[in-house]
Design a binder for this molecule. Structure first.
Ligand code: BMX
Ligand code: ZN
Length: 319
């Protein structure tokens, strides 16, 4: 059996997993990212989590073929440098070099959403597809594009930033500096912002009551309140779905992939999210009268997609 390590570096957590050749995660280890802090410290913790995961799997580092890393931001897979990552505070961080100083194995790096898309492609909802696009609805909206079985990241490794295409000119401020980005509306962060706006406008809504009980507003508040019969929450969900469908339709119109998979925390809502999105896309997509249309599916691997995809980056890079 061959084993690989995948590391998912996020703004909140560092998670490392040992993945076997059948795409099963056999052990994991994780710690808080605790950023901002010096990049070398973060790298040291990433290496430590990789080694802990290997240990938890009952293996030694000699049993591992390579280490792959998924990171938010611009990851240059040729130089191994994270050129830019605003939420981690990285600028030209030589991450592959740092990890190799601690773990003497081949080390590969990719954008986190690209890695997650690759994970879904090798072992999840996009398995068997030739062309696939995955978007993740998390802190941001991540985008990963697989064309002919390969990760497409443009000529400068900054491609596939689907989250930073505009769905509303002069709309809500995005963390990238632009206004009205897909991410500003369809991320969990965007959903929370829209929920808070509606709560201010309708202080008697069930959303307010639920948020008070929980002590905070989350990406689930509007969906939960909608299920409890709140019409204002229904309005927030409808708006969220409208923007999500617009962003997905834009993406399908460009790529026309076999599969478009949606991952990230918001996806846990399942059918109440997926079905209306599918219906809106179906009405609006350029190919609505065609026989063959992109299949829209919920990601299968959940939070593990990034780890599994990162673990197989050695393969993605060799083809
Ligand atoms: C942002 C951008 C993407 C990333 C996406 C998903 C940064 C730091 N991040 O759009 O590179 O793929 O978020 O990130 O520029 P997540 O934190 O939601 O997983
Ligand atoms: Zn943006």
């Amino acid at each position: 059996m061959k084993y690989y390590v995948g590391i998912d570096l996020g703004g909140t957590n560092i998670v490392a997993g040992v993945v076997d050749e059948n795409y099963n995660i056999v052990a994991k280890a994780s710690t808080k990212t605790n950023c901002p802090r010096p990049e070398r410290e973060i790298a040291a913790d990433m290496a430590k989590m990789a080694l802990n995961a290997v240990n938890n799997a009952g293996l030694t580092i000699d049993d591992i073929e390579w280490v792959g890393i998924g990171t938010p931001g611009i990851a240059n897979s040729e130089t191994g440098i994270i050129e830019y990552s605003n939420n981690l505070g990285f600028k030209n961080t030589p991450m592959v070099k740092y990890i190799k100083e601690i773990i003497d194995k081949p080390v590969f790096i990719e954008n986190d959403a690209n890695a997650a898309a690759y994970g879904e492609f090798v072992a999840g909802a996009a398995k068997g597809a030739r062309n696939a696009v995955c978007i993740t609805l998390g802190t941001g909206v991540g985008g990963g594009i697989i064309i002919d079985g390969k990760i497409y990241s443009g000529s400068n490794f900054a491609g596939a930033e689907i989250g930073h295409t505009v769905v509303q000119v002069d709309g809500a401020q995005c963390s990238c500096g632009r206004k009205g980005c897909f991410e500003a509306y369809s991320s969990a962060t965007g959903l929370i912002r829209m929920t808070k706006e509606a709560m201010e406008q309708f202080p008697d809504s069930i959303m307010n009551r639920m948020a008070e009980e929980k002590g905070k507003v989350t990406a689930r508040t509007s969906f939960d309140a909608m299920r409890a019969g709140d019409k204002y929450a229904q309005g927030v969900v409808d708006t969220y779905i409208k923007y999500l469908a617009a962003g997905i339709t834009n993406t399908i119109n460009i790529f026309q992939p076999d599969v478009l998979c949606i991952g990230g925390g918001v996806c846990n809502e399942g059918d109440p999210l997926l079905l209306p999105v599918k219906a809106l896309v179906k009405d609006e997509v350029y190919t609505r009268n065609s026989e063959k249309n992109t299949e829209i599916v919920i990601a299968k691997l959940g939070n593990d997609a990034g780890i599994i995809g990162a673990a197989f980056l050695g393969r993605a890079n060799s083809k």
